[in-house]
Design a protein. Structure first.
Length: 545
């Protein structure tokens, strides 16, 4: 058991962190386990039934935010929000009224209604029209990436049409590029420029985290959007719906394309055919819209070096979860212990540890527990926008989301390992702890863009995220598979589930060391020239003059 066989060491004064040359102070396995226990005690508070699943904008989320703020205060951090430690995030909550909404395919004078929940669901995160009647065009993967030899839009007329596309990428596109350019907002930039009016997404059934039946259960839950019109990432979008991949044949009817053949090509990552479809999409959308306010929690550990202390390293994790479900049998309270009370608990413990240390990092470290991640990374987007407007110079983001300490931490998955110098920093820290490092073993799941690091990446800020790794076909792989099947986005993600306390403590040590190392760099981390995010590919760096 790795957690009991390795003695790790840590000190803010370690030479590797460029802060001084003190002798490292050993940290015993028992101390790591004790830290893991302290973190899980915080998880028990944040994921308690009294927090009501911490849905963004809910009273339960506010209570959780107040708890985190108090722990930041006790750890000696300075408040970094507009209201003490709290940073208000104004949101618009949208709930579909299914009794007054509909979706149908029309061919000539014949219509086939799509049953909401079974066949398709609406997504109200973007802009939407109350009524739409538009032709469909099937664009395969729907990507225009000539640099990788891919142009699924070549020869297609998108003007005034709804684009039907798999939410995936072919094997010829590198994982990070497929994830970034396959993100809905990036796709919409391209589709809108070609005149499209909407998207009908088809999930890749071979890389879905949840079966369709569980996805459909969420369709009546509130969707969220940032209230600021300037933050609308989907201008001009009149419909955004998701089709059950088991109903693919419905949209292909009359084209000569075979659903099973298409799915076989999709599974193999092969190029897909593209075609105008002899059908129109008819949508009617009715929704209840309310304004709510949620909160990020921001604590600041000021850097010691006056020359670089205005350069900030962000350590982030999302505080929100799914609240209390409207559909389903039995327990409908989504406690969100792993997702992501565990990440926030690690942030609080790192703050305690660093505050107790004798020396401070050179650069300032910001501890940010963001809201509305589950609604589209909204809290982190609001934080980055505020940082840009305030000219805060954020040089890196280290994000934690559901790191899954289900077994001893022998391997560390680093999302974004190959993209920036942060990857080398993570490898150096892991090597010092005799931990192996892995790149994303499942790039088609697009996890590099599915949590809050992506808000920083889009602003040009080098970022990464990490989790406990495993070897393929190992007992650990089966443990994680079973966890996703039974607990991911389910009420079973509760504080009483089995966890490895040593793994929690070891992960906390890894992230703490990494934060201090990055804060102590001679120069800020940079994107690698080969990265799709280098230069201005993902936007200008936050706070850059």
């Amino acid at each position: 058991m790795f957690a009991w066989s390795v003695v790790v060491s840590f000190t803010l004064g370690a030479a590797a962190f460029a802060v001084g040359a003190e002798t490292p102070v050993p940290v015993s396995p028992s101390v790591l386990t004790e830290r893991g226990k302290r973190c899980w005690d915080d998880v028990r508070v944040l994921a308690d039934d009294s927090m009501e699943g911490r849905r963004a904008g809910s009273p339960g989320h506010h209570r959780a935010a107040e708890y985190v703020a108090e722990q930041f205060r006790r750890a000696g951090l300075r408040p970094g929000g507009e209201e003490g430690f709290l940073q208000p995030v104004k949101l618009q909550s949208r709930e579909i009224v299914e009794a007054q909404s509909s979706l149908a395919l029309r061919r000539g004078d014949r219509s086939r209604e799509l049953k909401l929940g079974d066949d398709a669901i609406f997504n109200l995160r973007g802009h939407y029209a109350a009524w739409l009647d538009a032709p469909l065009v099937f664009a395969g993967y729907g990507l225009k990436l000539p640099q990788y030899g891919v142009d699924d839009l070549a020869g297609l007329d998108l003007n005034g049409k709804v684009v039907v596309t798999f939410n995936s990428a072919p094997a010829s596109v590198p994982g990070a590029a497929g994830a970034h350019f396959g993100a809905a907002a990036e796709r919409w930039k391209v589709y809108r420029a070609a005149g499209a009016v909407g998207i009908l997404f088809i999930p890749n059934p071979f890389n879905m985290d949840l079966p369709w039946e569980r996805v459909a259960l969420t369709r009546l839950e509130p969707f969220m959007a940032l209230s600021d019109p300037a933050e609308d990432q989907y201008p001009g979008m009149q419909v955004w719906a998701t089709l059950n991949p088991a109903r693919l044949a419905l949209v292909l009817e009359g084209t000569g394309l075979n659903a099973d053949d298409l799915l076989a090509k999709l599974k193999a990552g092969e190029p897909l055919p593209r075609s105008a479809l002899p059908a129109r999409l008819l949508s009617t959308i009715a929704a209840r819209v309310t304004d709510v306010t949620s909160e990020n929690v921001v604590g600041v550990l000021r850097g010691a070096d006056t020359k670089v202390r205005e350069e900030r390293v962000v350590v982030s994790a999302h505080l929100d979860h799914l609240g209390i479900g409207k559909e389903g049998q039995g327990d409908r309270l989504f406690n969100g212990a792993m997702d992501n009370a565990s990440g926030v608990a690690v942030l609080m413990q790192i703050a305690r540890d660093l505050q107790a240390a004798k020396e401070r990092p050179r650069r300032t470290i910001m501890f940010v527990a963001v809201t509305a991640e589950e609604s589209g990374l909204l809290g982190s987007r609001a934080f980055v926008t505020h940082a840009q407007r305030a000219h805060l110079n954020i040089v890196a983001d280290l994000n934690t989301d559901m790191f899954l300490p289900l077994y001893p931490l022998k391997q560390l998955v680093v999302f974004g390992l190959e993209e920036s110098e942060l990857g080398e920093d993570a490898q150096a820290i892991a090597a010092g702890l005799q931990i192996n490092v892995q790149p994303d073993p499942q790039p088609l799941r697009n996890r590099f863009i599915r949590s809050d690091q992506y808000s920083f990446i889009r602003a040009g800020i080098p970022s990464l995220a990490m989790k406990v790794g495993f070897d393929a076909n190992s007992p650990e792989a089966e443990i994680e598979r079973k966890w996703f099947a039974e607990r991911y986005h389910a009420p079973a993600d509760a504080p009483d589930q089995p966890v490895d306390l040593g793994a929690i403590g070891t992960y906390e040590e890894v992230l703490k060391r990494l934060a201090v190392r990055v804060a102590g760099r001679q120069r800020p981390p940079q994107w690698h020239p080969s990265s799709v995010f280098s230069g201005t590919g993902a936007g200008a760096r936050a706070g850059a003059p």
